[in-house]
Design a binder for this molecule. Sequence first.
Ligand SMILES: Nc1ncnc2c1ncn2[C@@H]1O[C@H](COP(=O)(O)OP(=O)(O)OP(=O)(O)O)[C@@H](O)[C@H]1O
Length: 763
Amino acid sequence: MNQVLEDVDALIALLDRWVERGWLRALDRALVVFLHREVPDAPAPLLLAVALASHQLGRGHVCLDLAATLEAPDLALSLPPEGDDLSDPPPLPSQALGGLTLDAWREALAHPTLVADGDSGAPGYTPLVSSATAPGHQHQGPRLYLRRYWQYEQDIRQQIAARLDDGSYSRNTANLATALDALFPATDTLDWQKAACALAARSPFAVITGGPGTGKTTTVVKLLALLQTLQLGREGGQALRIRLAAPTGKAAARLNESIAGQVSGLDLTSIAPLLERVASEDETRRNPTKTRSLQDVNEQFEEGSNAVSSSAVALLQKAIPTEVTTLHRLLGSRPDTRHFRHHAGNPLALDVLVIDEVSMVDIEMMAAVLTALPPRARLVLLGDKDQLASVEAGAVLGDLCQRAEGGHYTPETADWLEAVTGTPLPSKYLDASNGTHGHPLDQAIAMLRVSHRFDATSGIGQLAEAVNRPLDASHTTREKRRAVRKVFEHESGYADLAHLRLNDAEDPSLDRLVVEGNPAGFINHGQGRTDRSGEPIAPPIGYRHYLEVLAQHRPDQPSFGEAGSIERAPFDDWARAVLAAHGRFQLLCALRRGPWGIEGLNPRIGRALRRAGWLQASDPELEQGWFEGRPVLVTRNDYGLGLMNGDIGITLALPDARQPGRKLLRVAFPASDGSGQIKWVLPSRLQAVETVFAMTVHKSQGSEFIHTALLLPDAPNPILTRELIYTGITRARDWLTLVETGRGQLLDAVERRVMRVSGLGTI
Ligand SMILES: Nc1ncnc2c1ncn2[C@@H]1O[C@H](COP(=O)(O)OP(=O)(O)OP(=O)(O)O)[C@@H](O)[C@H]1O
């Protein structure tokens, strides 16, 4: 066996060299040194596993998969993608682990002081837990966890399993069917939105997944109307306490807007009479001698007391909330601690919790939410399972939805769905025998499969679909590449899609794109398009647009209030207009470093805008200073200022009330409560912000831009994956410009998948 596996000092010396090269975090090494000091007899193979398990957390994995690590040891460290060209490189993990078998490694992990057996409940307080089972999960091999993360996984698994087991939620099928018919138009084939609504009404835990514009929000609004109807119709039925939440301020604001639109547009007139009908049926059940047939009730409504109906509509409308909060606010985060005000001992006061954009929720947050949820509360998760997973460890939505594509409904679920929706489930989504194939979790998951935003004429939709299509026997890598290429070679071209190829890093067409928006890259310069309802779609634009609004809408005469302060309203209006204009275009990129990362692109775009006359800022200011027009992205929650990770603000110059003629820079943020208010913040108070002319795709999750430009770097990089490309493409609402440099990385990237290791499998 090699020395590193026999001698802890030699191992720590190797970890030092890995840390020096940036292959391992100092934190991972420190944990090993600490455990070695506390438990001197811990063998080197165990401590090496600890270093690697800790390192995986920084890379999004919840645990270390031992067998996978022995198979491809060098993937366990953050090795530079194009090799380490410095001299005297340290031994690679493949050398450090050389000669170690899986059995020998597991034997070394059987150290009761440090590692508990998770499969027998992880007794004791060991810092580490091992586990070898994960029912139904693709990673079933032995895994090593830091205890905290094993506990998160257990909490999530137990809370979901308890809800899936809860038989008390079985509903009156007749009322459910009537309510569904009132909310959804009749169809001959299964309407997945109706099925999703039904499945989510049946189970106290439900997941509704689907790509952009597949109707997740539409479905959940109808679900809330349905749940409230059934609840309010009961005797003494108090409205359900419903809360809506999203992982970031930006995602919360977006859901806020779309849910408010959906609620006001929802026709409740056909479901509202059900309020009374449910009440009447309940009464009939309690008091059979006072029978009133359903027909009587129907007749009463047909005769139509409009007054009853309209008050029922108003009651229902009021009972569907539109305010969306962030998960941190919902749980009551406290400064300087990872603990929340709400937990199992102080649960949230709610009956239904809906969380949107769940792909961004990491395992720690999901465990916190589930433990703070009262046992009887419903949880509905919404999100796109194919998007990038959370920045922090875990891929909860992806894990839960591993089998969503295939449905895997049991015959019992299929019969029930047919009874309540009136249409049969296509047989390919049905698992033949009850219990053996369709897991309880599968029965609580619905995948929406039709985009109502992008149709066959949309290049954005076609590209997203081609990129996202899973590889299998009938769809090989070659076919996938061909399908992606075909979108760009479509004979008449797609009106909403442009492809910009840069010759080199200096190519001025990138500057033209960010300033003007590349209208020349689109058919007919983007003129003359209309949306599905015939409304004109404005041509694509670049950053010039918001800077133009900034210059043209600046309040010309600052009016000073009585107390010597500036009257805010005109400035708030101005900030709102600039922020709205800014949200119309965004350049996204994959990397942080290098000329094609945000660090290179941000000053470059600043200079391009200055050359075009839209910014006045010196080079040092563009690199790291403040200037009017600077758009900034908040990168860490700041509860003192009420700003959330992902919030975007624009720097504006305000007149100084005390010294007329002098200007003060302030950053305008939209208030995160969706009230439309503007929050003005002193630049010096912003501790964690970065310029956001270019934004990483990771940070763009939960946002949507009317024109999105997605720039891919010129060299291969493991960060370029199918999930990243899909997430970037689907940020575009009306226009997408795909920017490639060099020989182009798109086709290679769509073959690569993010694999996250966890034990959270089928429940
Ligand atoms: N069944 C339907 N028929 C026609 N239009 C629909 C249907 N369902 C949804 N839409 C429309 O499609 C658009 C997208 O719907 P919705 O916002 O509910 O989708 P989503 O999945 O929540 O989207 P996002 O990607 O923004 O999360 C909306 O304009 C909505 O009105």
